[in-house]
Design a protein around this ligand. Sequence first.
Ligand code: NAP
Length: 257
Amino acid sequence: MILDKFRLDGRISLVTGAGRGIGAGIARAFAEAGADVVCAARTREQVEETCRTVEACGRRALAVICDVTRREDLEALVAAALAAFGRIDILVNNAGGFPPSPFVRTSERAFESALRFNLTSAFLLSRLTVPGMLERGEGAIVNISSAAGRLTMPNFVAYGTAKAALSFMSRELACELAPRVRVNAIAVGSVETSSLAPFLDAEARARMEALTPMRRLGQVEDIAAAALYLASPAASFVTGKVLEVDGGTERSNWPFD
Ligand SMILES: NC(=O)c1ccc[n+]([C@@H]2O[C@H](COP(=O)([O-])OP(=O)(O)OC[C@H]3O[C@@H](n4cnc5c(N)ncnc54)[C@H](OP(=O)(O)O)[C@@H]3O)[C@@H](O)[C@H]2O)c1
């Protein structure tokens, strides 16, 4: 049955930024598809809430409090996952983000912290998990990138550049790690989560919807479905790709100057 190829039964997955938003949606989707999930973020109550959702699906969950910008936290995260489940089959580098900021007001420090949060964290966590995947002969990584890494728009020099690099790193790693480990990215369009909420008054929402060919904002499930596909055997012939899940956006739909 074709739907069986979308199942993750018995797989161990690790999702960063799993406390809310897209990461929480991916953790839930993976659990519904049969995977156990290591859920990582900084806010304990939110991570534990996601774990309860995973457990309600009959799967095992592990909550790990982790700041992905700190190398020692990432090392502890992988150690905790291995201690609990013995291996990591699927890694989702989801934690990321950065507020828009004009170039002439973006400090060196801010620029570097955007790279650290969106790019270096994924590099480090991949570096910590890929050796085990290679040893076992299989693994899948899904990096959560952004349409901002593909489309130019004012005020996104730090975030857009970091996400463009994350998308490219996914292709580089795919090239080097095939055929044992698949690496793909999702270029996410505007999705209704807490990171977008501060910008979404009624007028901005209407403008963004009008500028999006599918005439709506994305929902967490839109991204979770894509992540499930890329992580599952359904995508076993897919690596080094950046899947655009953005409502058909070919021009920026960001309604602010
Ligand atoms: N929403 C969109 O429109 C959109 C568009 C394009 C791309 N994306 C990308 O999608 C990903 C998820 O975004 P989202 O909208 O779901 O964000 P969100 O709703 O703000 O959720 C972010 C999650 O990441 C965690 N997090 C934040 N900083 C962290 C850190 N330093 N270490 C570990 N975890 C951290 C947060 O929990 P804590 O704060 O408790 O740690 C939370 O669980 C990001 O990479 C973002 O760039 C989103």
